[in-house]
Design a protein around this ligand. Structure first.
Ligand SMILES: NC(=O)c1ccc[n+]([C@@H]2O[C@H](COP(=O)([O-])OP(=O)(O)OC[C@H]3O[C@@H](n4cnc5c(N)ncnc54)[C@H](O)[C@@H]3O)[C@@H](O)[C@H]2O)c1
Length: 311
């Protein structure tokens, strides 16, 4: 595991809890020292315990030496930061630097898995940088939420693996064998796109849910009941979206100004960022329009959630 942030540490510790032997490498020596003593600096329920149990079972180790970490690995995960760079595109500097750093060290037959959120085409780019015919590159985007990282890793609603090589895909899938989740096998580009598309879709749902809640409050209606009736397949989920805020740079940045928009425009799909900028207000406007179209009277004093006035 290269990179021991939210994604790398959670993935490493949880894979170790499933019985795999994991070595986590990080460029930050202070972090490595602390993690060796099971001192976890990020607030994730269950993560310190998972790290400690895996250390005690000798299934998890930490190092500052990336080359040494991959020397005997069967599968190498890249869990590196991909912040918004100049002009809005994803900054792949860390991914590219590590690919160059490990290219000579990877054992023959090794699989490199990209778990970072990256633009379409990054798997190909990493494969080119590695320049190794005997090493497969696979995309395995991560959908965990901060604050629920361990739970989301152990109970995912899908595991997406994008690979050109079926054997490499199967080897990555086998790592998750202990988890009960649908496995989606696809090509690398589709896997990469799903992560951005999922963030985009979530951003629109959050915006719609919050605006629907405002309308319901004005009408003294229970938003959760209205939402469940409107979208029965999402029953209960809007309670989670309601009052939630966009996940900061990781959701809005890549969508509005960043990698997703940037990539779409490179592909000649001009105006992608405008699609996002228009869609979120549209989702909000749709909620507001419900009241206007139906000409509901404006009610000043909202009644408690769950009670609906009649008449
Ligand atoms: N945080 C989330 O909720 C989340 C969810 C899904 C996907 N992602 C994506 O996963 C990727 C990683 O996110 P994160 O939140 O874990 O990042 P993070 O910043 O928490 O952790 C990244 C780690 O990589 C290390 N690092 C940086 N450069 C390195 C190098 N050259 N060699 C070794 N280690 C290096 C850093 O020291 C840090 O510990 C990003 O692409 C992010 O968009 C994040």
């Amino acid at each position: 595991m290269i990179g021991t942030g939210y994604v790398g540490l959670t993935t490493g510790a949880c894979l170790a809890s499933l019985g795999h032997s994991v070595v986590c490498a990080d460029a930050d020596p202070h972090k490595v020292e602390r993690l060796r003593e099971a001192r976890v600096d990020i607030l994730e329920p269950g993560l310190p315990e998972t790290v400690r149990d895996a250390l005690d079972a000798a299934l998890l180790d930490f190092t500052g030496d990336t080359a040494a970490a991959v020397a005997e690995a069967g599968v190498v995960f890249l869990c590196l930061p991909t912040p918004m760079g100049a002009g809005g595109a994803a900054d792949l500097a860390a991914v590219e630097a590590v690919a160059a750093q490990i290219r000579e060290e990877l054992p023959p037959g090794c699989v490199v898995v990209n778990k970072s959120t990256v633009p379409v085409g990054t798997s190909e780019r990493v494969a080119t940088l590695l320049g190794r015919d005997d090493v497969a590159v696979v995309s395995n985007p991560e959908f965990l939420r901060e604050g629920r990282a361990v739970h989301d890793f152990l109970h995912p609603d899908r595991i997406v693996i994008g690979a050109a090589d079926r054997d490499a895909a199967r080897r990555v899938a086998d790592l998750y064998a202990g988890l009960d989740a649908p496995l989606v096998l696809t090509d690398p580009a589709s896997a990469e796109l799903t992560k951005y598309a999922a963030n985009f879709f979530l951003a629109m749902k959050l915006s719609f849910a919050n605006n629907l809640a405002t309308v319901c409050e004005r009408l003294s209606l229970a938003m959760t009941i209205v939402a469940d009736i409107t979208t029965p397949r999402e029953r209960g989920r809007y309670q989670g979206y309601f009052m939630a805020v966009f996940g900061g740079a990781s959701i809005v940045g890549p969508l509005v100004g960043g990698a997703f928009a940037d990539r779409a425009e490179l592909l000649g799909i001009a105006g992608w960022r405008w699609i996002f900028l228009i869609n979120v207000p549209l989702a909000a406007a749709a909620a507001v329009a419900i009241t206007r179209v139906l000409r509901f009277p404006h009610r000043r004093a909202p009644s408690p959630v769950g009670r609906r006035r009649m008449g």
